[in-house]
Ligand binder design. Structure first.
Ligand SMILES: [Zn+2]
Ligand SMILES: [Zn+2]
Length: 159
C-alpha cells in the first residue's frame, strides 16, 4: 500500500470512528492524524506538538492530548512506555516489530525476528485472543557503551 493510500485509509477509519462515537470532525484532529502518519518511528506528545508548531499549524496542547487519546481508542496508534516515558507510533499497516531500548540515553531502535513471530503465532492462549505484541529489550547502545568505556579509562588513570 502506498503512503497516500494509507493516509486516505486512516482518515476514513478516523472519520468513521469520530461519527460513531459522536465526536466532532475538526480540521485540527485530521491535521494531527496526517502528521502522525508522516512520522517514521516513535514520538512523544511534546515532539508532536513541536512538529505541528514547525508547520505553523496552531493547535493547543489540550487538543493534541485529546486527539492522541481518540487515536489510541480508534486503534490507529499504539502507546509504548520506554524507560517510563510515554511514546507513541502509528499502528495501521505497520509490521510487527520489537524494540531495543537504551537505559542510558533512552534511544529506541527497532528489530524484527521471524523466530519470535513463529513462537507467538503458534502459541495457544487459553481464553484469550492475541491481537498484537511487542517485545522490549533493555540494554545499552553502542554509543553509550563507548562513552562508558572512555569514562572508566579516565577514572582508572586518575587513580
Ligand atoms: Zn516501534
Ligand atoms: Zn544509549
Amino acid at each position: 500500500m502506498g503512503n497516500t493510500d494509507i493516509q486516505e485509509k486512516v482518515r476514513q477509519i478516523f472519520t468513521d470512528y469520530l461519527s460513531r462515537n459522536g465526536h466532532r470532525r475538526t480540521p485540527e484532529r485530521f491535521a494531527i492524524l496526517d502528521k502522525i502518519y508522516s512520522i517514521d518511528g516513535h514520538f512523544s506528545v511534546e515532539q508532536l506538538l513541536h512538529e505541528m508548531e514547525a508547520m505553523k499549524f496552531r493547535v493547543s496542547r489540550a487538543t493534541v492530548y485529546n486527539t492522541v487519546t481518540l487515536l489510541l481508542d480508534a486503534k490507529l496508534i499504539v502507546r509504548h512506555s520506554f524507560n517510563n516515558s510515554a511514546q507513541y507510533e502509528k499502528s495501521y499497516n505497520t509490521q510487527t516489530h520489537h524494540h531495543l531500548i537504551c537505559t542510558e540515553c533512552g534511544r529506541v531502535s527497532e528489530f524484527e525476528n521471524k523466530g519470535i513471530k513463529g513462537i507467538i503465532e503458534e502459541s495457544k492462549f487459553p481464553r484469550f485472543t492475541a491481537m498484537n505484541y511487542s517485545l522490549y529489550v533493555y540494554g545499552i547502545c553502542s554509543n553509550c557503551k563507548r562513552l562508558k568505556t572512555i569514562r572508566m579509562k579516565k577514572q582508572n588513570k586518575s587513580k
